[in-house]
Design a protein around this ligand. Structure first.
Ligand code: NAD
Length: 269
């Protein structure tokens, strides 16, 4: 394992489970101090913190540490409070990973406006609020900074039955592109990762049902769902200096899902 983040600090939102947990561990393996944000799952956050400590120990990163910050990213005062507390402990944040996200299934004509507001609130407003606080901090001291957002293949592929989720990820594309452009000259890079179907709790409706899992995987050109660690590796790349000339982009890590899988064989002319 490389140590690309030795001496760096990273905040990962929604790191008490799934992809966020894997991202926190990956950055720790590469030497970063890690702040774990989450909203409700206390045990999950503690478990991630334990894995981060183990990764620091295993990698000989005795200079790195771990923080836990409970905050709902859709709540402006909670986000401000989280950044204030974090910057008291560390005095410097180098990398922000906006990973927190939720979804809920409903036919759009029967859906609830409260759910629309809540999903947009966490997935998009939460990302905006954390970006704003991080950008203000990055600009307040030398050295720039990096933001990587967790988008989805549903940034570009519609997701019937999940309208607010699709809308939030579509919005995330333009948030990433706009901030990438706005801050390109000031040493700040803003990118996104677009995962496909990944084995995490958000997909509990199909990962533990062999028949549903088979159907999901039959649509994926690589023939399998992805692992959180495969997504965490892409976050690490985009946050590292190896991606120093990349900004405003979404890098899809989806086993080929964005390649129009229905056209694997030509069905016209
Ligand atoms: P998950 O349900 O396992 O984890 C979601 C995390 O977000 C949890 O740690 C939870 O505590 C946190 N969270 C939820 N609401 C929050 C809030 N208001 N404030 C702070 N934290 C909050 O889901 P996951 O699959 O790991 O998803 C993580 C991200 O990856 C999401 O943005 C999701 O849209 C995206 N994604 C997932 C997949 C997939 O197949 N799993 C595919 C594409 C994109």
């Amino acid at each position: 394992m490389q140590s690309r983040f030795k001496g760096k600090t990273v905040l990962v939102t929604g790191a008490s489970a799934g992809i966020g947990e894997a991202i926190a561990v990956r950055f720790a393996q590469e030497g970063a101090s890690v702040a774990i944000n989450y909203s409700r799952n206390d045990a999950g956050a503690e478990s991630t913190a334990g894995q981060v400590r183990d990764a620091h120990d295993a990698g000989g990163h005795s200079d790195a540490n771990v923080l836990i910050h409970k905050a709902d990213v859709s709540d402006e005062s909670a986000v401000k409070g989280m950044f204030a507390a974090l910057l008291k402990d560390w005095d410097r944040l180098d990398i922000l990973i906006n990973n927190a996200g939720i979804q809920k299934e409903a036919h759009s004509h029967q859906s609830l406006s409260e759910d629309f507001d809540r999903i947009l609130g966490v997935n998009l407003r939460g990302c905006y609020l954390c970006c704003r606080e991080a950008l203000a901090h990055f600009l307040s001291r030398p050295g720039g900074g990096v933001i990587v957002n967790n988008s989805s293949v549903h940034e570009i592929i519609p997701k019937p039955g999940y309208l607010p989720y699709s809308v939030s990820k579509g919005g995330m594309e333009n948030l990433t592109r706009t901030l990438g452009l706005e801050y390109a000259e000031r040493g700040i890079r803003v990118n996104a990762v677009g995962p496909g179907a990944i084995i995490t709790p958000i997909n509990r409706s199909w990962i533990n049902d062999p028949e549903k899992k088979r159907i999901v995987e039959s649509h994926i050109p690589m023939g399998r769902a992805g692992e959180s660690e495969e997504i965490a590796a892409v976050f690490a790349f985009l946050a590292s200096d190896e991606a120093s000339y990349i900004t405003g982009q979404t890098l899809f890590a989806c086993g080929g899902l964005t390649l129009f899988p229905e056209f694997r064989t030509t069905w016209s002319s």
